[in-house]
Write a protein that binds this ligand. Structure first.
Ligand SMILES: Nc1nc2c(c(=O)[nH]1)N[C@H]1C(S)=C(S)[C@@H](COP(=O)(O)O)O[C@H]1N2
Ligand SMILES: [Mo]
Length: 369
């Protein structure tokens, strides 16, 4: 099995534009073989326009912190750097709709394959430090975020205005990042400042951030209400009536894994090896197993440490000896609460949080060792 250390330049063109007017790009799984996903292959999810903040707001870009605060302020990036400590962490960023395309019957939403996920190094300020400087009220329960983008064809209408519960806003891992993988944020990833909320779905990671509202109730901005980025409190079946009151905001991502080697369509002699990454939301990954017989028998994989608690972790397993012929390789991660990835996707009306095991099909050629 050959590793494929492709460079960002050669991989940039192979991201797939999803069938939508907004810029939405998905890399193939083979592009996700590095611990730190290069910016050039990182998935892009835009609900609306792609603002060029450098151009539209120039050096005049500011962030305002307002609402239930005793000292509201408006601040530039240079002033943020002067006033607040700069910290860095590695975290997975995954869209809640990642893997939606394999849910049956089909659901509304972008048809993501398995690639709407990546792991990057984020540099920025602790959101808690800004909230302390603003004197956030002890009765505050939620934040609302606004970004510089707008709905396509509707200037003045926010494309997405999400938020965070106060407890997560104050958590030490929640950042306002100005850099990704050591470089200023790319335009499509939220230049000049975005939210980083490890463990939460990507929808909470507001890009092109311009305004933070401190609130005494759950934020009700664009795509916060209705069925967007929400899960039913109790399982539903296709055709069931949909009552938005029976849905709640997604606040945690499930345990998951991705087989990055070999690639789909592989032809190899045995014994077979499998490698990839495992990650989860707020409950860490405990173990990864692999199967070469459709999930009848499982073999433990070696799990590397990863770059801190929010990064994905590489797994490897070898010595798999299924009979020659067509073979499917499966990986299954389990979290510390004993929750394992299911063999098949669970249906919900918008196809969120599909963490079914990833399968890679290929052929085992006869004549191996
Ligand atoms: N302002 C703004 N922020 C946004 C979005 C958006 O449409 N507008 N999309 C969100 C969603 S749904 C996801 S999954 C992540 C994706 O981040 P990325 O494009 O940097 O990969 O950005 C989030 N932040
Ligand atoms: Mo998303």
């Amino acid at each position: 099995m050959q590793p494929h250390p492709a460079t960002p330049q050669t991989l940039r063109e192979i991201r797939r534009q999803l069938p939508e007017p907004a810029l939405n790009l998905e890399p193939p799984v083979e592009a996700l073989r590095a611990e730190i996903t290069p910016v050039g292959v990182f998935f892009v999810r835009n609900n609306g326009t792609l603002p060029d903040v450098a151009e539209s707001e120039g050096p005049g870009w500011t962030l305002s912190v307002e609402g239930l605060v005793s000292r509201p302020f408006r601040i530039s990036l240079a002033e943020l750097r002067e006033r607040f400590e700069v910290v860095e962490l590695v975290s997975v960023l995954e869209c809640a709709g990642n893997g939606r395309a394999s849910i049956a019957p089909a659901v509304d939403g972008l048809p993501w394959g398995p690639g709407a996920v990546g792991c990057a190094r984020w540099t920025g300020f602790r959101l808690a430090d800004l909230l302390a400087a603003a004197g956030a009220d002890s009765g505050a329960v939620y934040l609302g975020f606004e970004g510089a983008d707008h709905a396509i064809g509707k200037p003045g209408v926010q494309a997405l205005s999400r938020g965070l519960p106060m407890a997560k806003a104050l958590a030490p891992e929640t950042l306002l990042a100005f850099a990704m993988n050591g470089a200023p944020l790319a335009r499509e990833h939220g230049f000049p400042l975005r939210v980083v909320a490890p463990g939460f779905p990507g929808s909470a990671w507001q890009k092109w951030l311009t305004r933070i509202l401190v609130l005494d109730r759950e934020h009700d901005g664009a795509k916060m209400t209705g069925l967007d980025y929400r899960m039913p409190r109790h399982p539903l079946s296709p055709g069931d009536p949909l009552d938005p009151a029976a849905f709640e905001v997604i606040t945690d991502m499930p345990v998951k894994s991705l087989v990055t080697e070999p690639s789909a369509g592989f032809q190899a002699t045995g014994p077979l090896s499998v490698a990839g990454f495992a990650w989860s939301g707020h409950v860490p990954v405990a173990m990864v197993e692999v199967s070469a017989d459709g999930g009848s028998s499982w073999h433990p994989a070696q799990l590397e440490a990863g770059e801190g608690p929010w990064a994905w972790r590489r797994f490897r397993a070898g010595g798999l000896t299924p009979p020659p012929g067509p073979v499917e390789l499966l990986a299954r991660a389990t979290d510390r609460q004993g929750r394992a990835q299911p063999l098949l996707p669970a249906w919900n009306p918008r196809g969120y949080l599909n963490n079914a095991v990833h399968r890679v099909a290929g052929t085992l050629l006869p004549g191996g060792a």
